[in-house]
Write a new protein. Sequence first.
Length: 352
Amino acid sequence: MRHSKKFALFTALLAGLTGAAITPGVAAAAAAPTVTVLPFSDPFDVVSTGDRVFVSGGRESTRIAVTNAVGTITGTIDGLDGPTKLQLSNDRKTLYVTLRAGGEIAAFDTGSLLRSATYDIGEGTCPSSLAYTGRYVWFGYGCGGWEGNIGRIDLGRQPAVVTKGLADTSFYTPPLLASAVRNTKVLLAGDEGQSPSAHIAYAIGTGGTLTRISATTWENSGGNGQDLALDPAGTTAFSANGAPYQVRSFPVADMSRTETLYDTGAYPSAVDVTRDGTRIAGGVFAWYDPDVYVFDPDGTLVTRFELGGTDHTLAPGALAWSPNGRRLYAVSNDGYLHTTPAQLHVLPIPAA
């Protein structure tokens, strides 16, 4: 889950060179990952249906790469206006993608790869993040400073109805969003790249209204927000921020309280949770340390992965679990120059 993020992480990296790095404990050995070269250089997001993996090419690209479960490219979805954020429906039959430059969100059948719908968000809206809660597809949008807000696509009406301006606050950038697989009544939102980065849990009411449940505070929000996730039940929120050097969890009912800390080292940039909630993946922007960490819910480190040293680092937000939790997908690029092809890493995970 982002050029502004990379710049912020680079600034944080330079600032942190004089400090001591946090080194996680020794992890269990895992089978060797596989690597697939992708047909673009500045990727944005990745999702998995189980038998297929989708990787978006980013703002300067026109395609989404499609692979099988082990990472072999089987096709592409072409002719897109800068595909960025990806979101699957809970049954994994529909793929939603933000087309930021065109002010649209498109839907595709994950079996046929055919476009099934296009939703006009509006010129100059820059839709940039997505979440799915059954009847509603939620999106974060906003092109300029303090224009960020939340909108929804009401799939229960035909034709579907787009509504914007639903948040109870403005965000400096398009807010990050997250939803829960088994709870369609909760939506998580948060600042991207801001310090502190406020994270807000909303209850989804009748007709798609949003009512604030709780929010983090200045003391526990963290800085330089990068990615958000919810556990399957929608009761625990997770955040990855450039600082502090941990993925953090919070009870949705009271996000002013911090729960488990997942030590990753500098600089957290991605988080994702398995569909059964038994594993948490955290990613970092790291040139000299491992890039991806896998934890049990209690914070015990299960394994960790290096994606390519100084040649390849994890793209912000670009982690996705397979539905059965046996594989973790990570997308890397060369950092800032974007002169070499991006890579999809298929990371085998030890059984829980």
